[in-house]
Design a binder for this molecule. Structure first.
Ligand code: NFE
Ligand code: MG
Length: 564
């Protein structure tokens, strides 16, 4: 049996190593390993809880805001702070555009090249490409001249021999199925999305002074003043600029991303039966209104059963370290995050090594479980939970997409389903975010400028001991921060992030994590070029920086695929 290693899997954030056993052209078993560590959870101990969001935000530079919102929510939960409606709406807008931008970047820049062969696009007929694009949407750039210009640009790039981001790919692989025109169209949109994403995220600069890592979060609300008469506050000009950028975001998702997604998916329908994996899904729900009611519902599904949505209880979450490079409790029995530990101890082989001992510890990611069950989190989980809960907007879009692809709901339990759900998520949020802006404008026009609740700002008003948790549906799924406060200081802080769930190694019972389970049964045409592994793993949009709350310290390893 061949054991192949992909390390690091390219186009992800952080270092992820996959080892897979292949037999008869299919993956028989797989192991997911995170190969780097930092440990911000420990750095937080003893600090002021009001500062925690600023530190946790640095877990990652990709989902840059998500660890700030989870953190301020955890502290607000612990200290029983209710934030003003305008702060809630501004948070929703910041998180909403973060999700939309992140999903578009994932589709075009981190995932598309698993499905799109750029080199094939060089052979496309620009006139036919324009006709194809025009049949899908009325996007203004659908002209033959435009596609010819893109083709010439990419040809010049290839001729220069400096391929940059396009260098490490399996061009010409038989698993690429798109006709040249579809490849050229997607390549053009890859380049357009680069420009688009830097523009729409200016909303973070307006509401948070910068991106990545907006600066205006605050326990109790936000620190951005609202004053229609001041140039230094959130005023009418700035609100109109946000409106314009939200429209730009929505237009691109509706007229480029979704049509491309449907066009690409229609050539890869066999992937609706590959990569399903665990079949257990969990979403924490997101986008609270002024009363804290969530727009996307929270819930969990087990064994692909859409008829029963389980209520999520954070008390049922525990992390195991049986196969993770940590010591202490959490072995054999999971630790609830309030009592979680981060005692790192690397016991793996010294690099360079051929294989990890996957019977022992083999990752810096812990294994979170819900009632001892491995769960998949992410846009697919979010959309399935919303769909199964009868969420009106989600149901309408999901049924539309399934209808256009001519497949039923079970097709969603797959690699293709994961990729489609991310687009559906982006569309739903892109259409909803302008409504939160309108609500905010409505509040301001009625004279409500409240943005921060400072009743508990002074630590002398706090109880001696308090604990709380903060949930957020990050682009990659269910994110939770747990905090224990003692004598006004952080006593313990634990984060269980989306990629921790999905990238987790085996637990005490030997149950696979979501990536591992999804790979089992995946066909691999050429073990030397395991494009199919990239497709399924990238469909989760892995972020290992988040998963172990780390940063790459050496950053000098290139793709290594080994067959033994
Ligand atoms: Ni670094 Fe993150 C998101 C979080 S994934 S990207 O979305 O939390 O683990
Ligand atoms: Mg953690």
């Amino acid at each position: 049996m061949a054991r192949i290693v992909v390390d690091p899997i390219t186009r992800i954030e952080g270092h992820l190593r996959i080892e897979a056993e292949i037999e008869g052209g299919f993956i028989k078993d797989a192991w997911s390993s995170a190969t780097m560590f930092r440990g911000i959870e420990k750095i937080l101990r003893g600090r002021d809880p009001r500062d925690a969001w600023f530190w946790t935000q640095r877990f990652c530079g990709v989902c840059t805001t998500v660890h700030s919102i989870a953190s301020v929510r955890a502290v607000e939960d612990a200290l029983k702070i209710k934030i003003p409606p305008n702060a809630q709406l501004i948070r929703n807008i910041i998180m909403g555009i973060q999700n939309v931008q992140d999903h578009v970047i994932h589709f075009y820049h981190l995932h598309a090249l698993d499905w799109v062969d750029i080199t094939s696009g060089l052979k496309a007929d620009p006139t036919k490409t324009a006709a194809l694009a025009a049949s899908l949407s009325d996007w203004p750039n659908n002209s033959a001249t435009y596609f010819k210009a893109v083709q010439d640009k990419v040809k010049a790039f290839v001729a220069s021999g400096r391929l940059g981001p396009f260098a490490n790919a399996y061009w010409g692989h038989p698993a690429y199925k798109l006709p040249p025109e579809a490849n050229l169209m997607a390549t053009a949109h890859y380049l357009e999305a680069l420009e688009w994403q830097k523009d729409v995220i200016k909303i973070h600069a307006i509401l948070g002074s910068k991106n990545p890592h907006p600066q205006s979060f605050l326990v109790g609300g936000m620190s951005i003043p609202i004053d229609p008469d001041s140039q230094n506050a959130l005023n009418a000009d700035k609100l109109m600029e946000i409106k314009r950028l939200l429209k730009k975001a929505q237009d691109f998702v509706e007229k480029v991303y979704i049509p491309d997604l449907l066009a690409v998916a229609s050539f890869y329908k066999e992937w609706a039966a590959i990569g399903g994996g665990l079949g257990n899904y969990m979403s924490y729900g997101e986008f609270p209104d002024a009363n804290g009611n969530l727009w996307f519902p929270s819930g969990a599904l087990l064994d692909k059963d859409l008829s029963k949505v389980i209520t999520v209880d954070q008390g049922k979450i525990a992390e195991y370290v049986d196969h993770s490079w940590f010591e202490g409790a959490g072995t054999g029995k999971g630790l609830h995050p309030f009592d979680g530990e981060t005692e790192v101890r690397y016991t793996g082989p010294k690099p360079p090594y051929a294989n990890l001992d996957t019977n022992a510890k083999y990752s810096f990611v812990k294994s979170p479980r819900y009632e001892e069950k491995a769960m998949e989190v992410g846009p697919l989980a979010r959309i399935l939970v919303a769909y199964a809960s009868g969420h009106k907007e989600t149901k309408a879009v999901v049924d539309l997409v399934l209808g256009k692809l001519g497949v039923g709901a079970p097709a969603l339990f797959s690699t293709l389903g994961r990729t489609a759900a991310r687009g559906i998520d982006a569309l739903l949020i892109a259409q909803q975010t302008p409504k939160w802006l309108d609500e905010l404008i409505g509040n301001i026009s009625k004279g409500d400028y409240r943005i921060h609740n400072n009743e508990r700002w002074d630590p002398s008003t706090w109880p001696t001991e308090a604990k709380g948790y903060g949930f957020h549906e990050a682009p990659r799924g269910a994110l939770g921060h747990w905090i224990k406060i003692k004598d006004q200081k952080i006593q313990n802080y634990q984060a269980v992030v989306p990629s921790t769930w999905n990238a987790s190694p085996r637990d005490a019972k030997g149950q696979r994590g979501a990536y591992e389970a999804a790979l089992v049964g995946t066909p691999v045409a050429d073990a030397n070029k395991p494009l199919e592994i990239l497709r399924t793993i990238h469909s989760f949009d892995p972020c290992l920086a988040c998963a172990v709350h780390v940063m790459d310290v050496d950053g000098n390893e290139v793709v290594r695929v080994k067959v033994s």
